[in-house]
Design a protein around this ligand. Structure first.
Ligand SMILES: [Zn+2]
Ligand SMILES: [Zn+2]
Length: 266
């Protein structure tokens, strides 16, 4: 079984004591690729995931300014993101978006920084990784304006998708893949499971968002990439298919979206 964890924060200090062991467990569990999210502590450091990706062949990177850090972005930040977008191990721009739950940066600043990064992504031809929390209408409006509509299935990833079926349909219509994580396993997440059930095979992705949001039976613990198997297992139950089928679909989808492998090219 080959799995991809499309969203990891292995730079988090919660992994400082045993990062190598965490990575070994992931590989042993069948996680053959991880995408390290490069938002870290925010600008001026934009390369935290690139540094990891350069150390390990199975780790890919993203770059971006998280909405929490939007107020730290400067014109130099965007210039540097444009340069780094061409790095061969940078597969996506993210996580970018809006977070109206924490409001760590003012909303107008969040929107402006999000819009600029959507333009950088469109210019780079690489997909986006979207973070949206309590900001669904504004997020959809901004991506709808910024992303080229002639790019079906290549828009990017709605990470940690926790919406309902209606929101899933809306995001799918804009060309997004939906990445499901630990929340899918939580008892009260019936609407998320319904959204996962109606998502087409070719738009599904898996993620952990580790160290956050560990799936059952690890809920409340530090999350790690090996636990993506639990998400895949639950997704298979929800969709009435096998774990192997989920692994095959989600790994192929990641490769087509982020590695630009066309259908039939493996
Ligand atoms: Zn996020
Ligand atoms: Zn994240």
């Amino acid at each position: 079984m080959r799995l991809v964890d499309s969203h990891v924060h292995l730079d988090d200090r919660k992994f400082d004591a045993d990062r190598e062991a965490v990575i070994e467990r992931a590989l042993a569990a069948g996680v053959e690729r991880m995408m390290a999210i490069g938002t870290g502590g925010g600008p001026p450091d934009l390369e935290i995931a690139i540094r990891q990706a350069e150390r390990y062949p199975f780790i890919a990177a993203t770059i971006g300014v998280h909405p929490h850090d939007a107020s730290k972005a400067t014109p130099e930040t965007f210039a540097r993101l444009r340069e780094l977008a061409a790095h061969p191990k940078v597969l996506a721009i993210g996580e970018i978006g809006l977070d109206y739950h924490y409001d760590f940066s003012p909303r107008d600043v969040q929107r402006s920084v999000f819009r600029t990064q959507l333009e950088i992504a469109a210019g780079s031809g690489k997909p986006v990784v979207i973070h949206t929390r309590e900001s669904w209408p504004d997020t959809m409006a901004l991506v709808g304006q910024a992303l080229p509509p002639a790019n079906p299935f290549r828009a990017g990833i709605l990470h940690c998708f926790t919406g309902d079926p209606q929101q899933a349909r809306e995001a799918l219509a804009l060309g997004f893949h939906l990445a499901f994580g630990g929340v899918l396993t939580f008892p009260n997440a019936q609407a998320v499971r319904e959204a996962a059930r109606i998502t087409p095979d070719d738009r599904l992705l898996l993620e952990t968002d580790c160290p956050y949001l560990a799936p059952l039976p690890h809920r409340g613990q530090r999350n790690e990439p090996a636990f993506v198997v639990e998400v895949a297992r639950r997704l298979a139950e929800v969709r009435g298919c096998t774990l192997d089928e989920i692994a095959a679909h989600t790994t192929r989808n990641f490769e087509q979206l982020c590695l630009r492998r066309g259908p039939g090219n493996g």
